[in-house]
Ligand binder design. Structure first.
Ligand SMILES: NC(=O)N[C@@H](CC(=O)O)C(=O)O
Ligand SMILES: [Zn+2]
Ligand SMILES: [Zn+2]
Length: 422
């Protein structure tokens, strides 16, 4: 199958390319120019952005074990509808992805779904219980792209230090869910004005920040890279910024909900706004935006965390943490960051494709000739009101229902095949 995507604004952050051009696809790869014949599909992309396929380095696909929330197939469908050609899935499944057999199972399921590239993340510790280290080398060998106990922190600094040293040897990054369990204990939302008003137990900013500081100290001491998942506070952004200034191997990601919403979204005890780390205050949201703008936060990742309606439809205290993000991410990035001038389109695309691909060490995130034809086409002017009933994923737990978004994915191409078309 041959394809020509004509006349779009081609953005390729790897080369800084930003120009109106045609993109050619042949045999699943980006190719040099050729003449269209009867077998060539020609797509008119005028007025649209043509970007390397977007990579979400932080999603929860829930399989094995929690198939009522999501499966690899439904998560993959949500991904392509959201403009993503690749997703890295977290190991907090049942059983936990802490050995090569689960990693292989995930890859097999992903191949059967034949929709999107799925990059499994292996657990740092057995069962993600924070004690004994998991079989990292074995999982790496089976295809784990990174390691994380996401959902839980690695509370024991000694274990974290040893895991970092291992991961450096393996050439894989550790993705750290920064949460001091003692400081966060029992909290269900951000500790601040709204937690007081609502009478809900708060999670202080310090619960995140002491762990970010610890991980930076360990990265400095060992020289091993650490990636901070879902940064949510002004203090975390400042710590990462300082670490980078010192040249330490520290990177960070932010989720759309953390650069868009404050803890005010919880005000009607809306469990769709219950997430970990929690939605923070105004100054935190501002700081995350500044961190994105100045390059401190180089990745945007959704932390797509589907739960069933039944699980979320309970008292706020009892509801699970997490919200779905795959199908609203591009719209939120464009509406909140690009149309507002915080990021250029090229910067936004870099944070959604090239940067996560580089961190995971995968051969994606560029439109260079000869590479896999994973491509996302975005209409920056297209508007839509979020309606969770239209989601391809199983989760309906979004705090963005009814919100108007401008800038949406209109075509998702994986290895030269159109997997989503609006
Ligand atoms: N973010 C969340 O609120 N929940 C995630 C776990 C996590 O990312 O820490 C989940 O698995 O549901
Ligand atoms: Zn987490
Ligand atoms: Zn997560």
């Amino acid at each position: 199958m041959k394809m020509i995507i004509r006349g779009g604004r081609v953005l390729d952050p790897a080369s800084g390319r930003d120009e109106t051009a045609d993109v050619y696809i042949r045999d699943g790869l980006v190719s040099g120019p050729f003449k269209a014949d009867k077998t060539t599909r020609v797509i008119d992309a005028s007025g649209k952005i043509v970007a390397p396929g977007l990579v979400d380095m932080h999603v929860h696909l829930r399989e094995p074990g929690y198939e009522a929330k999501e499966t690899i197939a439904t998560g993959a469908a949500a991904a392509v509808r959201g403009g993503f050609t690749g997703v890295a899935c977290m190991p907090n499944t049942d059983p936990v992805a802490d050995n090569r057999f689960i990693i292989e199972f995930i890859k097999k399921r992903a191949a059967e779904a034949d929709m999107v590239n799925v990059y499994p993340v292996g657990a740092v510790t057995k069962g993600s219980r924070g004690g004994e280290m998991a079989e990292l080398a074995d999982m790496r060998d089976a295809g784990a792209v990174a390691f994380s106990d996401d959902g839980w922190p690695v509370m024991d600094a000694g274990v974290m230090r040893r895991a970092l040293q291992y991961c450096k040897m393996l050439g894989a990054v550790i993705i750290s869910h920064c949460e001091d369990k003692n400081l966060a204990a029992g909290g269900v939302m951000h500790e601040g004005y709204y937690s007081t008003i609502l009478g809900l137990k708060g999670i202080p900013a310090s619960a995140e920040e002491v762990m970010v500081a610890r991980d930076i100290i360990l990265a400095a001491e060992t020289g091993c890279p650490v990636h901070i998942a879902h940064v949510s506070t002004a203090g975390s952004v400042a710590l990462v910024r300082e670490a980078k200034k010192k040249g330490l191997p520290v990177t960070a990601e932010a989720a759309p909900h953390h650069f868009t919403l404050t803890d005010r979204a919880v005000a009607e005890y809306n469990t769709a706004a219950k997430v970990n780390p929690p939605l923070r205050g105004e100054a935190d949201v501002q700081a995350v935006r500044e961190g994105l703008a100045d390059g401190t936060v180089e990745v945007i990742a959704t932390d797509h965390a589907p739960h069933t309606v039944e699980e979320k439809n309970v008292e706020f205290d009892l509801a699970p943490f997490g919200l779905v993000g795959l199908e609203t991410a591009v719209g939120l990035v464009w509406t909140e960051l690009v149309h507002t001038g915080i990021l250029t389109p090229l910067q936004a695309v870099a944070k959604l494709s090239l940067h996560p691909a580089r961190l995971l060490g995968i051969d994606r995130g560029t439109l260079a000739e000869g590479g896999a034809a994973d491509i996302t086409v975005i209409d920056p002017e297209l508007e839509e009101t979020v309606d969770p009933q239209h989601f391809a994923g199983k989760g309906r737990n979004t705090p963005f229902a009814g919100r108007k978004l401008k800038g949406l994915p209109v075509m998702t191409i994986v290895a030269g095949k159109v997997k989503y078309e609006r």
